[in-house]
Design a protein around this ligand. Sequence first.
Ligand code: C2O
Ligand code: CU
Ligand code: CU
Length: 483
Amino acid sequence: MSDDRPLERLSRRRFVHLTTASAAAMATGSLALLHGCDHDPPAGPEIPAGQGWSGSVLGNPLRIPQALSPLNATLSPASATVDLGGGRLSRVRAYNGAFPGPTFRASVGDTVNVRLNNGLTQKTTVHWHGMMVPAVADGHPRDAVAPGVSYQYQYTIAQRAGFNWYHPHPHMLTGEQVCLGLAGGFIINDAEETALGLPTGLPYEVPLIVRDARLDSSGNLQYTPMGGAFLGNLPLVNGTRDPFLAVDHAVYRFRVLNGANARVFGLALSNSLAFNLIGNDGGLLSVTRQLPQIDIAPGERLDLLVDFRGIPAGQKVTLRDVRTGWTLLEFRVTQSSPVSGVIPSSLSTIPTLANPAATRVFSFDGMSRINGKVFDPNRIDFRVPFGQTELWRFRTGSGGMPMHGGAPHPVHVHGASFQVQSRSGGRGQVFPWERGWKDTVLLETGETIDVLIRFDRFRGIYLLHCHKLEHEDLGMMANFEVV
Ligand code: C2O
Ligand code: CU
Ligand code: CU
């Protein structure tokens, strides 16, 4: 956090001015507007410092990250000042001044060209979580770029539709950079998904990046990991505190990402509404599942349809985390004529992996080791034959007391998606949201999870790691090479 000087307390006049400037800058994607506000707007009454800070009961409109084509784009991570809602500006780190970063959208067959311009005072990379990219474009810690340096990410999208995301992946600094604001969504569309007639784009398709955060006394985002986990004390959705979203009598599609460093959320809706789960990390499931509650661990994604058609105008529906009791987001059903929406029941045909030619066992030990070893960026831990189906077994090892690290371990693999076969011990079942294609799966204390995986896109060096970012940074990560 060396580059983050605490933001000085702002007078209301200054605050209003900056907020307007930030909003304009976000809308235009221009950072220039954030500087050079030299003249003050007409004087208004000063509000006492702190007032309005604890979050107004009225809430703040949910921020929707700007959509951006990745075909020729630039990502400039840097220190930035944003309005999380609640009356003061917060110092964060942001891509292109926006927290979260822009939502990329592209189609299968498109070639992504994104230039990273590192405006941080630390090295960084961009990792495309869930995307099948050549190793040189994967944002591996070994490919980190120094402050002031650029890196070109180029790859052609050759995977099914889904909601992925991007974030930094530098050696031992991932937790800090993500926690302070560097992350964004990436939606891939394809013909199969388009044919279902699901909502695409605003207003009925909305990305929701859910995470927790902690603010210092000046209201700046703070990275304070403790005992191998960063746990914040307030929720943010799309970088908004106490957010609300006005909704019509329609079916909405929410692309949910758990963007927290370490917190697992248990999502539920009020008003006895169920989620219609249609997809997860690797895209559509085979059939729609109605579920009252869904757990989501750091790095996991969900594709959810929520049907507000039967909710009377004027009513509110809340999205809650049942684990903390937090209200994450309030939906306000507005007066509007009924809009037609579809909830398809049959979604996709998913080929199943079978007949593994090899088995590998990975023990997630304590908070810093896999199979007893702390990550070394220059060591290749194992080699995987290209195109071979393998059974990978994830289990918790010894050496970590639950309260000081240890599980939960959201296990994540780069370079391929996998299919979860079984979970024994602990929760003892594979949940409906763990079907289909996954790249991250939650391993709790005492559990053993078997997945089938096949690397059939690229050869090269990829990563297996715990997506509790503090564990990742402490070394719970392994290099493997697809050969
Ligand atoms: Cu989202 Cu290797 O990480
Ligand atoms: Cu990843
Ligand atoms: Cu872990």
